[in-house]
Design a protein around this ligand. Sequence first.
Ligand SMILES: [Zn+2]
Length: 132
Amino acid sequence: MTRIDVPSETLLVEMGNDGLNILETTMQMSDMDESAQVQCDICSKPLGKMKDVKHIESPESITIAVWNGFKPEKMLKATENMLKEEGEENPAEIMEIVLDSWKSIVDKSETPWALCEECYESIQIYINKGGS
Ligand SMILES: [Zn+2]
């Protein structure tokens, strides 16, 4: 059994006869009071307090970026490294599930996303890509 922490969700997966099964997903509730420390919703980089966050994107913009091919590269890389460190033999298969699960988080998301400078810039390219 492997536990995978993605920024806003924890997955519990298990290798079954017909591939990987997701046993459990746990959404982590984030506390959004004024003094709470905010993390980038894509790569989990600390951004300081809510009032200091420079880049906020609507969930619709994130969805558009994903349609246009955006992937949370830094988060995926960190997860892949973590799986390798844990001695996971087939990280590629788990990575697909992590990405699918992340996309479903994007689909369900109804709250604005706080982004760090880097993620903001990389996602802008995808948000503007589909335009007329
Ligand atoms: Zn970021």
